[in-house]
Structures are given as C-alpha cells and as structure tokens.
Design a protein around this ligand. Structure first.
Ligand code: FAD
Length: 470
C-alpha cells in the first residue's frame, strides 16, 4: 500500500517525528509518497514571513531531491486535493503529519482527519514543534499556568525527548519519485515564487541552520546572559526564522546546549526556549487572544486606532533614534532584536496609546520569524494586558534605553544613516545637538531627522492615569 507523509512547518529531514514514523511504518512492499499542500487562502496579504517560508520550501524541495526524496506539491481545497490523490493512489492506507494545533492549521487538521477517517485511512499525527506540549504542564489543580516562573520550574525538571537521526538511504527504493501528475503543483509553486521576494539565500535550509546553531554555541552561548540585550553585538542565536519554518528541530537546539557545561548564559538561553513553549501554551488555551486582552479588566481600554503616528512608527520616523533604528531593521531585514521588539511595542502602546493589535498585525506582516503565539504573547506582555505581562507602571524610556543598550550608538548609526555623522552622545537625542554643531555638520534637527513625535514625560504620566482608571 501507499503511505503519505505530509510536510508543513517542519521543513527538515533531520529529527522529524512524522517522517521517522512514516518510514518506520513501511513494510517491504509499501511505498511512501511525500507531499506539501499550498494553501491559497493563506497567501494574502504578501508578507515577509510568507516570502521567507516559500523560499525555504523551495530550497527544501531541492535539497530533499538530493537525498532522493521527491516532495509533491498539491494545490486547491484540501479535501479536493486528497480526493485527487486518492484517484491516483487508491491504495493509500496511512497518512502521517506533524500537528498544527493552533489557528487555521488546527481547523484544517480537524476537517482533513475526519475526511480521511471516513475513507478508512489511518491518520497519524504528532506534537512536534515544542519541547513540552501545551497540555503537559499544569498547576497541581489541573488548570493551566498563568505565570511563567512556576510554569518554568516544572518545565525545567521534566525530561525532554531526544534528537533522532533519520537514515533516509535505507528506504530509498520505497520513496515515490517525481511524477508528472504533480507538475501542476510544481508550476503553482514556481509562479508563487516568481512574484515574491526570495532573496533569503543566506538564511534558508538545514545546513545553514545547523551552522548558525554551532556558531552561536561556540561564540555566544556562555555570555548570552550579559550580551543578549545589546542589539549591535548581534549575539543572540538568530534561530527564530529557522524555528518558524521548522528547518531546525527545537530538540536539537536544546540538546546541543544541554551537553555543555553549566553557565549563566546557557541557563538564560534555555529559559528563552521555555518562553516559547509558555506562549504556545497560553495561545492554545486562549485561541482568541489576538482579539482581546487576556486581563479582562483591560478589555475596555480605549486604544487609539490607525493614525499619522502609527504610520511614523511603522516607517521609523518617530524622532526617537533607537525606536526608528529598530523599525528600520525590521522593514529592511524582516527581523528585529528582542530588546528592540520590547521597546518599540512599549513605545507604540504606552507612549502613543495605539492599539497593540495594530502593532501585532504589522509585525506579522514584516517578521520572517512570525509566530502567532510568541508575537501576540510579546505584544500583550508589552501592553501590560497579558497573563504574565510587564506591570503597566514599568514604562520604558526610549532615550535612556538607547543610551543604556546602544551606548556608542553603533546600532542607531547602522540603521539611521542620517545620524551617522553625529557625535555618538547626540545620536540618542539629536534635538540637543548645539546649533553651531548643526551648522558645522550641515545637519538640521527637524529637517534631516524628525523631532520627537511625543513628549515622553507627558506620555508617561498620561498612560499611568489611563491605566489607573481601569
Ligand atoms: P534568542 O535570544 O537566541 O532566543 C532563542 C529562541 O528562544 C528564539 O529563537 C525563540 O524561539 C525563543 N525565544 C526567545 N525569546 C522569546 C520570547 N520572548 N518569547 C518567545 N520565544 C522566545 N518570536 C518569534 O519567534 N516570533 C515572533 O513573531 C515574535 N514576536 C515578538 C513580538 C514582541 C513584541 C516581542 C517582545 C517578542 C517577540 N518574539 C517573537 C520573541 C523574541 O523577540 C524572538 O524570539 C527573538 O528575538 C528571536 O531572535 P533569536 O532567535 O536570536 O532569539
């Protein structure tokens, strides 16, 4: 009979549970057909994360071919696509995939599972993308945690599944190779890529993901606790894009650290991996969280909607250099450093009183590592509306944060080139640049770089009053 392996956001041949289980299930006369389904509904709007995902998919398909694994591309509504597949392979008896247990993926998985089961096809699915699944870690009373620290205590102690090597060669004669029947799907993928930005060659694929992991571990892991907050050092792992496409397994990252001697850097890094699981768990229990504040008392906060300040924030034209540098990094590269994500989210919500949902949506369009659970979690954290969020009275000062975490303005100068010629100390507050220096440098504040769009001190008091009322 024919068994089907369905790839999704798990574009890797190493340590992939569905792939391993599908291979294990093959008896000598069975064949394995590998598929990917392009879901047209999810292709709009065109976002950085889609561009990145499809570039990764394209690379993955070519790379898999080198290991004699053909990935056949299906298009169209999912049950129709499977209907057509069953006409070509009436002997399909088993389907394997790694589960997508959130949002659209969850609905699709539920409907396709009942469709396949109605045809007497066995559906085998696996929880794959996290070290601990949403329902694994609970309070002693059986309810999910709201606060990270007690969640993390349990998370840290629980044993974790280990990394598995996959030997594809052993099964090469059982893998169904390229079939003309799938040319339509291949063509659809080509067309899709032709209309997109696919300039991601230096950050796609398993090989580069592994290289990145090794470089990070060798060069930065030990000092991660002290260096991770300084954007210009670029010393965080940069593994998030690979994780968002499933190019690297989370078990591999964890295990690579686990084997190393203890250090504060290692412990802090592992804690970040737990935050990823924590936000996934919160999203699992609150699937509507992108619509409403988790803290009920804040659901009536009168957030402002799109306005000119929102536009200035998205374009990196707020007059606060660290905020502008961060937003321009996002717009130009599709990625932003974690400390800066916290700062720009705080600025949008606390200084401008603009709805965190708008910021969340903008990030979802721009980030190549977009992950709904972490993004919504991060935004609700910054807006003080999440379950375990920054208290509303802890408000980042964008100027002093810049001075603290980018003292020499190296990051600012890189992404806000109009400030590059200024002495570093003025890069944090260009409006303080003395008139004589402005003349000497041919730089006029308000002309060459915007004046701050808001008075932070005023904004701070305003938001404090605002939250106090609720
Ligand atoms: P590292 O510091 O090297 O961390 C290693 C890994 O741990 C990351 O790749 C990520 O998977 C995980 N991680 C680290 N910090 C967090 C965190 N705070 N929450 C959840 N997981 C974390 N992360 C995303 O992957 N996608 C998003 O869409 C996203 N949106 C965010 C929005 C806001 C407002 C904030 C404050 C944070 C957001 N994060 C998001 C979390 C974090 O900023 C990124 O994971 C991190 O910057 C990625 O860079 P890195 O791989 O070098 O991280």
């Amino acid at each position: 009979s024919t068994h089907v392996l369905w790839f999704r956001k798990d574009l890797r041949l190493e340590d992939n549970t569905a792939l391993q289980e599908a291979l294990n299930s093959l008896s000598p006369n069975d064949k394995l057909l590998c598929i990917f389904h392009i879901n047209e509904q999810q292709l709009h709007p065109k976002t950085h994360s889609h561009d990145y995902f499809f570039s990764t998919l394209d690379h993955f398909i070519s790379n898999a071919k080198e290991s004699n694994l053909t990935i056949h591309v299906l298009t169209g509504e999912i049950t129709d696509a499977f209907d057509r597949l069953l006409q070509l392979y009436p002997d399909i008896t088993k389907v394997f995939f790694n589960l997508d247990n959130r949002g659209f993926g969850q609905k699709r998985d539920l409907s396709i599972t009942s469709f396949l089961e109605s045809k007497n096809i066995q559906v085998n699915y696996f929880e794959e993308n996290h070290l601990h699944q949403a329902e694994t870690i609970k309070k002693p009373d059986g309810t999910p945690y709201k606060m990270f620290t007690p969640y993390y205590k349990q998370w840290r102690q629980l044993p974790k599944r280990s990394f598995q090597k996959i030997n594809l060669k052993q099964y090469s004669h059982q893998l169904i190779c390229h079939e003309d029947n799938f040319l339509l799907g291949t063509q659809a993928l080509k067309e899709l890529l032709a209309n997109r930005n696919t300039d991601f060659s230096n950050i796609v694929g398993e090989q580069l993901a592994n290289k990145q992991l090794n470089t990070f571990i060798m060069a930065y892991l030990d000092s991660y606790d002290t260096t991770r907050d300084f954007p210009f050092l670029d010393s965080t792992s940069r593994l998030s894009p690979y994780l968002s496409t499933g190019t690297i397994s989370i078990r591999k990252i964890y295990q690579a650290c686990q084997h190393l001697p203890d250090s504060n850097g290692k412990e802090t890094f592992i804690k970040e991996l737990a935050w990823r699981d924590f936000y996934h768990m919160i999203y699992f229990y609150h699937p509507n969280q992108y619509k409403e504040e988790l803290k009920e008392k804040y659901r009536q906060l009168p957030w402002q909607q799109e306005n000119i300040n929102f536009e200035k924030w998205t374009n990196g034209q707020t007059g606060f250099p660290i905020i502008d540098a961060a937003m321009r990094q996002l717009n130009e590269t599709g990625w932003m450093h974690n400390r800066l994500r916290m700062l720009v989210a705080s600025f949008l919500t606390k200084d401008l009183l603009i709805d965190w949902r708008l910021g969340e949506r903008y990030f979802s369009e721009q980030l190549i590592d977009y992950d709904a659970a972490s993004n919504i979690g991060g935004w609700q954290w910054a807006a003080s509306t999440g379950t375990d969020a920054v208290p509303y009275f802890r408000i980042f000062n964008p100027t002093t944060q810049g001075q603290k975490f980018d003292q020499q303005a190296e990051f600012i100068k890189k992404f806000v080139p109009e400030l590059a010629q200024l002495p570093s100390k003025y890069c944090h507050e260009p409006s303080l640049l003395p008139i004589e220096l402005q003349k000497e440098l041919n730089f006029e504040v308000g002309i060459n770089y915007p004046l701050p769009i808001v008075d932070h001190k005023m904004a701070r008091n305003r938001v404090l009053e605002w939250f106090k009322e609720y």
